[in-house]
Design a protein around this ligand. Structure first.
Ligand SMILES: Nc1ncnc2c1ncn2[C@@H]1O[C@H](COP(=O)(O)OP(=O)(O)O)[C@@H](O)[C@H]1O
Ligand SMILES: [Mg+2]
Length: 259
């Protein structure tokens, strides 16, 4: 078998006494769309930040396509093909929506196609169109709705032509209709929609999400984090039937999925 695409081994992040991530190990395959769930404060965002080098781990290893990338700078990691989106949207608010995406097109990874100078605007437009917000290209990000900023997060990430997307609560703050649209869109992206010229397949994905029923509809596998540790891994069906998961959540959303 080929080396797993993303390998996280025994990753730990301590903030003083607090073990936010406490020995997490998991793999993600190149063709996978994986959900990462767990109660508030379980360490999901911290784990994503460790993978993208925004935070440096206390111990443990992150390997991408067989290479040890533990603790490398975020810019370097993005350039290797891993792109994050953030739970709290982080646009350049003073820049137009289109320019926000053009910034991502300037990443060396995206620039390696020879004609990048001429096409940066076109490529940014392509990403905006794929995300359904091309009509907002000239609007300052500061006036755009929350739902559209969530899509802008994804547009900025895919403009770097990633092979692995790490999405932190892409459905956060979206209406049920917007959530469904975003879910379908992520699925289409994963299957290899027309965007992304460096690879014929769409990117692998790890999606952190609270909206479990919407998440379960789109992912192949689910990893459950509780107090910084992975307590269960399996298909959506296996996970919702697992007693430990239900106890970790004690939430009616999981119970309603099981019933
Ligand atoms: N930079 C930080 N400094 C100190 N504690 C932090 C920091 N970031 C996160 N934490 C703590 O680590 C734990 C996990 O947080 P987080 O990863 O944001 O959880 P989740 O995304 O699963 O809700 C929480 O107890 C949080 O308060
Ligand atoms: Mg979080």
């Amino acid at each position: 078998m080929a080396a797993p695409f993303l390998e996280v081994e025994n990753l730990c992040k301590h903030f003083g006494e607090l073990r936010a991530v406490d020995g997490a190990s998991f793999h993600v395959g190149q063709d996978e769309m994986v959900g990462l769930i767990g109660p508030n404060g379980a360490g999901k965002t911290t784990l994503m930040r460790l993978i993208t080098g925004i935070l440096k781990p206390t111990s443990g290893t992150v390997r991408f396509k067989g290479e040890d990338i533990t603790g490398q700078d975020t810019a370097k990691i993005v350039n290797k093909g891993i792109a994050p989106t953030f739970q709290v949207v982080k646009p350049f608010r003073h820049l137009p929506v289109g320019a926000n995406v053009m910034v991502s097109c300037l990443c060396p990874r995206a620039k390696r196609r020879g004609d990048w100078v001429k096409t940066v605007e076109l490529r940014a437009r392509d990403a905006l169109e794929f995300c359904g917000i091309a009509d907002l290209a000239l609007e300052p990000a500061s006036v755009v709705s929350h739902g559209d900023l969530k899509r802008l997060e994804v547009a900025r990430a895919i403009a770097t032509e990633p092979e692995l997307l790490l999405l932190d609560e892409p459905f956060g703050g979206l209406s049920p209709a917007e959530t469904e649209l975003m879910g379908k869109f992520l699925r289409r992206l994963h299957r290899g929609g027309r965007f992304g010229r460096l690879h014929s397949e769409g990117p692998a994905m790890v999606i952190v999400e609270h909206k479990l029923s919407d998440l379960m509809k789109i992912v192949d596998r689910v990893i459950v984090l509780s107090f910084g540790q992975i307590i269960v891994e399996g298909t959506p069906d296996e996970v919702v039937r697992n007693k430990e998961v239900i106890e970790a959540y004690i939430g009616k959303e999981v119970s309603s999925l099981v019933s």
